[in-house]
Ligand binder design. Structure first.
Ligand code: DGL
Length: 268
């Protein structure tokens, strides 16, 4: 079936974190319907192998394509890092991913051409951000750091907690030593730590939020292709999860900054 401007945008993530991207999309594109998939039964992905993540990602993309979405957005940095091409190969509709959006966002703001990137171990080990940034701007130097403790700290709600601050100081120290002026928040969960990370990094460093960068890219793509929703009514939001919908809803409301309804459980 042909994609239609009234169809939904499909957004997916390993769990609740991709709601930071949904939030940015809701703010930037308030008339767009969104179908979200969070794989809450199998999260976290950030410590899993490339093969496993590619397999899960394919399943999720096929699920959303069956819902006739007009655009697929890979909100999960870890999935984008290792399985973006897999999704592009199977999708008849355009595919955007947070890594490409974050890379472009970082290049746009760096003056010193020294960029720090933080993310899950799988994202950092994949070198995907460095590759994406160098594709656009080979001269840039990139300093990466895996921050595996940030995901559980954010899900615990410790956004301004002493433990999180000490953890951030520890993780950022080696990156900050390289005189960076830009730090890419390369994980769905990190935008919630923005005030704390800005504090630890200092005022001279620009934080690049891939979620916001993604919303800009999605808006541009829909406009260019004449695919923006022409209906001006309240948008429809549906959330599909693979387990514990209540936890998704509770934590999700923190990520989304608003109440969250229409949560459906998918049993595979
Ligand atoms: N969504 C993942 C990411 O952006 C973080 C959570 C996970 O490890 O699954 O990398």
């Amino acid at each position: 079936m042909q994609a239609h401007p009234g169809h939904s945008i499909g957004v997916f993530d390993s769990g609740v974190g991709g709601l930071t991207v949904v939030r940015a999309l809701m703010e930037r594109l308030p008339f767009e319907n969104i179908v979200y998939f969070g794989d809450t039964a199998r999260v976290p992905y950030g410590i899993k192998s490339v093969e496993t993540i590619s397999h899960y990602t394919t399943q999720i993309a096929e699920f959303l394509l069956a819902k006739q979405v007009k655009l697929l957005i890979i909100a999960c940095n870890t999935m984008a890092a290792v399985a973006s091409q897999t999704v592009k190969d199977l999708s008849p509709v355009p595919v955007l991913d947070v890594i490409d959006a974050g890379a472009l966002g970082a290049i746009a703001v760096t003056a010193k051409k020294h960029i720090g990137v933080i993310g899950t171990p799988t994202t950092i080990n994949s070198n995907a951000y460095a590759r994406a940034i160098h594709d656009y701007e080979p001269e840039v130097r990139i300093f990466s750091q895996a921050c595996p403790l940030f995901v559980p700290l954010v899900e615990e709600g410790w956004l301004d907690h002493q433990v999180t601050r000490l953890t951030a100081q520890e993780y950022l120290r080696p990156v900050l030593a390289h005189d960076i002026d830009t730090l890419v928040l390369g994980c769905t969960h990190y935008p919630l730590l923005k005030p704390l990370l800005q504090d630890v990094a200092g005022p001279g460093i620009r934080l690049v939020d891939s979620a916001e960068a993604m919303a800009e890219q999605a808006a541009a793509l829909l406009a260019e292709n004449g695919m923006a929703n022409r209906q001006r009514g309240a948008a429809d939001y549906h959330y599909y999860v693979t387990d514990v919908p209540l936890r998704f809803q509770t934590i999700g409301e923190r990520f989304l900054g608003r109440t969250l309804a229409n949560v459906h459980v998918v049993k595979w």
